[in-house]
Design a protein around this ligand. Structure first.
Ligand code: SAM
Length: 326
């Protein structure tokens, strides 16, 4: 019998399509992997599920904001994808029939891959521009011309990447300014981030005398460095996901602090749900049920393709939507 040592497999860069695994600098070092290798991933169920949640979020909150801004025959609405990675959401924007996409990521290799992927799209291609930008320290004007920014966005999307901005207050502010400045009033800001309440509750549950401040299962592991200090910015932990790169630093997003800051940029919360709630809410809705089968989240009989450990790992996240008011 052949024994496959999964732990020694080449690192999968496709993971970035669903989850913040690598600090940006490492992303450039990772090779692109093909669809075949992606399919072999052990956590494919988790990846598919995360993609389904993003689709639900984009459909529920993005589509109405985009539809409010039609333009004859050329699709409707304009989207900014911040932290676009390798362009994992391009098909979702195509299905939303958008007119134009601007996409940025700090990792230039990922940006190139996203652009190539867009160029190779056979169905419903929209106008798109891709640029490398650290959007937590630099303004969008550094990546795009005034002309490209003249028409405001209807939707700004930050999937599995906003929490890196919470390293410092300054980065979080820069990120929020970039989100808000070119978003039209009535436009929406969508995203997915780890659930701080859950991570900290799990930390609190660890035995008081334990020196190892980590928890997780066969799929993921989270490790804190400190038990009691809970700063609003720079509250670091290390995240490991099976199949991916080592432990990478991430930052807690304190929800109330985030909401308070966002309000200063005219952004107000309209939706915040844990992933399992998104699932419960939508699993019986025809449109999203069929999508679950198409995206490989479950088979036609409704049987999930995720192991229990994968299910626990996806439920670390929340999905959110904010509306811009002025
Ligand atoms: N949003 C994509 C998706 O859902 O498939 C990619 C998510 S990936 C897990 C996180 C992304 O955030 C990476 O591509 C990383 O390069 C990007 N990122 C991290 N810090 C960034 C920054 N300061 N500016 C722009 N992008 C950043």
């Amino acid at each position: 019998e052949m024994v496959v040592d999964h732990c020694k497999r080449p690192l999968s860069s496709s993971l970035c399509a669903i989850r913040p695994l690598t600090p940006p600098s490492q992303d450039n070092l990772r090779p692109e992997v093909g669809v075949k290798q992606r399919k072999e991933s052990q956590i494919i169920g988790l990846k598919n599920f995360n993609n389904w949640v993003k689709s639900v979020l984009i459909t529920q909150f993005g589509h109405p904001a985009l539809a409010a801004n039609p333009s004859r025959g050329r699709g409707h609405g304009k989207v900014l994808d911040m932290g676009c990675g390798k362009g994992g959401d391009l098909m979702k924007w195509s299905k939303a029939r958008i007119r134009e996409l601007l996409a940025v990521d700090i990792a230039d290799v990922s940006v190139d891959q996203a652009r190539t992927r867009w160029q190779q799209m056979r169905t419903a291609r929209f106008d798109a521009s891709f640029a490398a930008l650290d959007c937590y320290t630099e303004p969008l004007t550094k990546a795009f011309t005034p002309q490209q920014l003249a028409q405001p966005f209807d939707v700004v999307s930050m999937q599995f990447c906003m929490h890196y901005a919470f390293e410092t207050a300054q980065k979080a502010r820069c990120m929020l300014k970039n989100v808000s400045e070119w978003l039209r009033p009535g436009g929406v800001f969508l995203g997915t981030v780890p659930n701080a309440d859950q991570l900290l509750a799990r930390l609190d549950e660890l035995p008081p005398d334990s020196e190892d401040l980590s928890f997780g299962n066969s799929v993921y592991k989270i490790r804190f460095e400190e038990r009691t200090s809970r700063p609003l910015f720079g509250h670091r932990y290390y995240f490991y996901l099976q199949d991916a790169v080592e432990n990478v630093p991430e930052y807690i997003v304190d929800w109330d602090n985030f909401v308070q800051m966002a309000a200063q940029y005219g952004l107000h919360p309209v939706y915040k749900k844990e992933f399992h709630e998104v699932f419960e809410e939508n699993k019986e809705r025809d449109e999203f049920k069929a999508l679950m089968v198409r995206m490989g989240v479950c088979d036609a009989s409704g049987a999930s393709s995720m192991e229990d450990d994968e299910w626990e790992a996806v439920n670390i996240y929340i999905a959110f939507a904010f509306e811009k008011r002025q």
